[in-house]
Design a protein around this ligand. Structure first.
Ligand SMILES: [Zn+2]
Length: 154
């Protein structure tokens, strides 16, 4: 249910695990064992987790920007992507800068000719660059920041 938000949080540099295969009891046990905060939109799961001593957060908000704003308010997370700490959206590993030569035969020609800065996931080898989609990413984060400002005014 929160797969998209997981990718956002990883981009922002947060260590986030996600599963849609574990049942409620397994989610709570995993959060407890790994000392993670359980994020959920399931009120029952949230209450169960809290009862069992797991830090949990019942996530409100319709859009990704609204969800991010709620998280930022509760956990004081930064709504800015810093590639030095950014994590692979696919596998949660911190990405590392890589050379343009290194990605030459692994990205489209148009991407290769337009961009100079690339990052690579050391684990799954996914390549990242701040491409055309980046404007949309920035916009969502700006909207999240605005939502946060409005929430703090209330
Ligand atoms: Zn990866």
């Amino acid at each position: 249910m929160l797969g998209k938000l997981t990718r956002w949080l990883r981009m922002l540099g947060y260590d986030v695990e996600y599963s849609n295969k574990l049942d409620d009891a397994q989610l709570i046990a995993t959060a407890k064992k790994e000392q993670r905060t359980l994020l959920t939109r399931d009120l029952e799961l949230y209450q169960q987790a809290t009862t069992k001593g797991v830090t949990a957060f019942y996530l409100e908000g319709k859009t990704e920007a609204e969800k991010l704003a709620h998280l930022a308010k509760r956990f004081n997370i930064k709504l800015v992507i810093d590639m030095a700490t950014s994590r692979c959206t696919k596998c949660n590993t911190q990405v590392k800068p890589t050379s343009k030569e290194n990605v030459a035969d692994r990205v489209e020609n148009s991407t290769f000719s337009h961009y100079n800065d690339f990052w690579e996931c050391p684990k799954c080898r996914q390549i990242y660059w701040q491409g055309a989609h980046w404007a949309k990413i920035r916009k969502t984060l700006e909207t999240a920041e605005e939502n946060l400002t409005n929430m703090n005014k209330q």
